[in-house]
Design a protein. Structure first.
Length: 123
């Protein structure tokens, strides 16, 4: 496998436009992810700088970070809300978990101590 990656690197460097190189390496990484574990991919692609400069790679990284922030905001809202308003119903949990706007989740978290019930919070 390292030999294949080395040959790919040579061909990509010689044949691809500068702006295409990162996209090709990102695609390579994504496709490798269908078969190999992350540590193997990282080891094989170590040193491939163009991938991190790819807009596709950067978009994937941003998406992952955004999802992580949303999951943390949901967790924080449910934790603080439970302390203030009591255990939420399954319906309330489902409504909060379905929220995909970090701004909305933060606004709700800011309002937790201004309301008396989960329904009042979610209006």
């Amino acid at each position: 496998m390292p030999e294949i990656i080395r040959r790919m690197e040579i061909r990509i460097d010689e044949e691809a436009e500068a702006g295409e190189r990162g996209t090709l390496w990102t695609a390579t990484s994504l496709l490798m992810g269908l078969r190999y574990k992350t540590p193997v991919i990282n080891r094989l692609l170590k040193g491939v700088r163009e991938m991190k400069e790819s807009v596709v790679y950067q978009a994937i990284q941003k998406e992952g970070k955004d999802i992580g922030h949303i999951e943390e905001a949901v967790s924080t809202l449910l934790r603080l809300g439970t302390r203030r308003l009591g255990k939420p119903s399954q319906q309330v949990k489902a409504r909060i978990t379905a929220l995909m706007s970090l701004e909305t989740l933060r606004e709700l978290t800011d309002r937790v101590y201004d309301v008396e019930t989960w329904d009042e919070l979610l209006v």
